[in-house]
Design a protein around this ligand. Structure first.
Ligand code: CTP
Ligand code: MG
Length: 236
């Protein structure tokens, strides 16, 4: 089945601090979103990329994609305006998905450096029959569950310490059988922070494949420093 990728890129990037919408911020001179689009178009399996742009930035995103078009790339592009939440932005992207795409990836624009091998591993696992696949890594830190405090910075009582060896930090692209992802987005209304979480709520199996350190999410200012260092090491 042909593979399409939806890239939600409509967030403001509040945690990164003031400036342009996060996906349009430059990494070594090129917008983060363009790096992310290239990372997915680098897979020979991905034939369509649907970019979900900031609500008032669809025209700007279209011209950025034109300006950075990869010579010889056979990937098609669509741009749609996004929504208030990541979940809504993904749903708006899926609404533009043509019927022939049986495998769908959802990839954060904020993970611009994901290696193509990770993308292909996710696609392969879906093609092998998994309805939902997430790239995942063991967390470096021990993770505590707390009773969240009302005021930021106030001490928070620790409730539990899940056994670290059983935890995984998940990344994107997450990959899905088309029908599974569409049903999840039609049915699940709870707040979730990833698409696979919606599939779990349907009671369907989700599996992991190995993620990659370079698929980290650019969230806070320090992540920009790391991303530019990785790009410099790759000489991009
Ligand atoms: N996203 C989106 N639409 C939204 C919110 C988020 O498309 N309404 C996208 C972001 O553009 C990003 C991805 O979802 O590519 C992951 O979200 P996150 O890293 O949280 O980005 P932001 O929401 O932009 O950042 P912040 O939460 O710090 O504001
Ligand atoms: Mg966010």
């Amino acid at each position: 089945a042909p593979v399409a990728a939806v890239i939600p890129a409509a967030g403001r990037g509040v945690r990164l601090g003031p400036g342009a919408p996060k996906a349009l911020r430059a990494l070594n001179g090129t917008p983060m979103l363009i790096h992310a689009v290239r990372a997915l178009a680098a897979s020979r399996h991905v034939s369509l990329v649907i970019v979900v742009a900031p609500p008032d930035g669809a025209a700007e995103v279209k011209s950025l994609l034109d300006a950075h078009e990869l010579p010889g790339s056979s990937t098609d592009f669509l741009v749609v305006p996004g929504g208030e939440s990541r979940q809504e932005s993904v749903r708006l992207g899926l609404a533009a998905l043509p019927p022939e795409y049986g495998v769908v990836l959802v990839h954060d624009a904020a993970r611009p450096l994901v290696p193509v091998d990770t993308v292909d591993a996710v696609i392969e696992a879906v093609r092998d029959g998994a309805p939902a696949v997430v790239p995942a890594l063991p967390p470096a830190d021990t993770v505590k569950e707390v009773e969240p405090a009302a005021e930021p910075g106030a001490p928070e009582p620790v409730v539990a310490t899940p056994e670290r060896a059983r935890l995984r930090a998940v990344q994107t692209p997450q990959g899905f059988d088309r029908a599974t992802l569409l049903r999840a987005h039609e049915t699940v209304t709870d707040d979730v922070t990833d698409d696979a979480g919606m599939v779990e709520k349907l009671g369907l199996p989700v599996v992991t494949v190995p993620g990659h350190e370079e698929a980290f999410k650019v969230t806070r200012p320090l992540d920009l420093v790391l991303a530019e260092a990785v790009l410099a090491r790759r000489r991009l």
